[in-house]
Design a protein around this ligand. Structure first.
Ligand code: CTP
Length: 401
């Protein structure tokens, strides 16, 4: 369970149907040792009464920005100074928009403006509202400012629809929150990550590719950065915005990725091969577009070099982590792959039927020499943070300070 002993958490509750879940979150925060002060927006009080949060948090609930009595008890500036973190759960689309433009039209957004403590948002809203470009642009802008976004999870919604928009479970929120105070686990270490698919050219216009979206690799790069590492990301072609890491190297083919990774691998402490590298590439690439004159076309393919095995076989290899995507016998194949490629750790997931590639959620089976564990289905960003924590633990186990 997350350890938040004596941390001062301001829990902001905004006006959505998931506001009732903030009650459970308040209890979980207190159980993990945190001191909690709840700030509700006016809209939130339409869903849950302040008295509920007062009873659960053990403190008066803060509602008004301009109420002399409240300001005297603990004004918004005092509350901002008191907070070790501000967690807004649920965060509605409206609140996210207000935070992005810096409004201070009631207590909670004013508090966020005045605070220097980290701000963490757990969004919850209708699927279409979450996917709307306005909300997505607001979320990305806040992330660039250092606001952490947890979730939302996918699933059935109060409005009857299904998709991304559910508030994350309290345990996942707490685990992510606790990580705010453990940023140094990879401090001073350089981490190299490969992500996304590769494209193997058939001719100037056609290529062989795969379904990888790069989401997991990008989430790992961000999580490694958040854990204090110096991060280089070698990425195949993806549609994701570049993460805020130290170096992003864009490549296209498996051969390009091999070169970019091997050039850097000897200088890094940890290599994570999250890319879906093509196993085969056309033996010859046609210099001009191939015209469709023949009734059949047979392509001859040649095996690509295995980047992961090459990194693991270096004279001084980094701590090497591989991925395995399997449709069956996930655990057995993962164990075999770790031994066959000489890896320190393997993270395996089941693919096919809506799982794995391009999905926002994932589940992993992880094995290393002398141990294994399962990380249950969660958004890739949460899973990435958990996997980075596990990698850091194994790395330090092998390389004691
Ligand atoms: N990998 C790599 N270089 C390649 C191919 C794969 O570095 N040319 C890495 C991937 O980044 C991933 C892992 O190897 O970390 C995947 O293992 P792989 O053996 O390629 O998995 P499969 O393609 O599923 O292999 P198999 O069909 O043998 O199960």
């Amino acid at each position: 369970m997350a350890n938040l002993a004596d941390k001062h958490i301001v829990l902001g509750v905004t006006g959505g149907i998931a506001a009732y879940k903030a009650a459970e979150l308040t209890r979980a925060l207190r159980r993990s040792g945190a001191q909690v002060r709840v700030v509700m927006t006016r809209a939130a009080t339409a869903f849950v009464t302040p008295l509920t949060f007062q009873a659960l948090s053990g403190n008066p609930v803060h509602l008004e920005l301009l109420d002399p009595a409240e300001e005297q008890a603990m004004g918004h500036i005092d509350l901002a100074r008191w907070a070790d973190a501000i967690l807004v759960a649920p965060a509605t689309a409206d609140f996210i928009a207000r935070l992005r433009i810096g409004l201070a039209d009631e207590l909670l957004p004013a508090l966020c403006l005045a605070a220097t403590a980290p701000i963490v948002l757990a969004p919850a809203m209708n699927r279409a509202m979450w996917e709307n470009r306005a909300t997505q642009a607001n979320v990305r802008a806040l992330e660039r400012r250092g606001v952490r976004i947890l979730g939302p999870a996918e699933g059935e919604q109060a409005c009857g629809e299904s998709g991304p928009g559910r508030l994350l479970e309290p345990a996942a929120i707490l685990a992510a929150l606790a990580q705010l105070w453990e940023p140094g686990r990879l401090a001073g270490l350089s981490v190299l990550i490969s992500a996304g698919p590769t494209r193997e050219a058939i001719d100037p216009v056609r290529y062989i590719g795969n379904r990888s979206s790069g989401k997991m690799g990008y989430a790992l790069a961000e999580a490694a950065k958040a854990a204090g590492a110096q991060v280089s990301l070698v990425s195949g072609p993806v549609a994701l915005p570049p993460p805020a890491v130290d170096e992003v190297v864009r490549v296209e083919s498996a051969a390009d990725m091999y070169r970019a990774v091997l050039e850097r691998a000897e200088r890094c402490a940890i290599y994570i091969g999250a890319a879906a590298v093509a196993d085969y590439t056309p033996t010859a690439t046609a210099p001009r577009k191939v015209k469709k004159t023949a009734a059949q076309w047979t392509l001859t393919l040649t095996r690509t070099q295995d980047i992961l095995s090459a990194v693991a076989a270096l004279p001084n290899p980094p701590f090497t982590v591989g991925f395995a995507a399997e449709t069956e016998q996930v655990e057995e194949y993962a164990r075999q792959k770790r031994l066959a490629k000489g890896l320190d750790l393997v993270a395996a997931n089941r693919v096919g039927a809506g799982q794995g590639f391009d999905a926002d959620d994932n589940a992993l089976f992880v094995c290393w020499s002398g141990g294994e564990t399962s990380l249950p289905l969660a958004p890739k960003k949460i899973l990435a943070a958990q996997l980075i924590a596990l990698i850091a633990e194994r790395y330090h186990g092998q390389n004691p300070a």
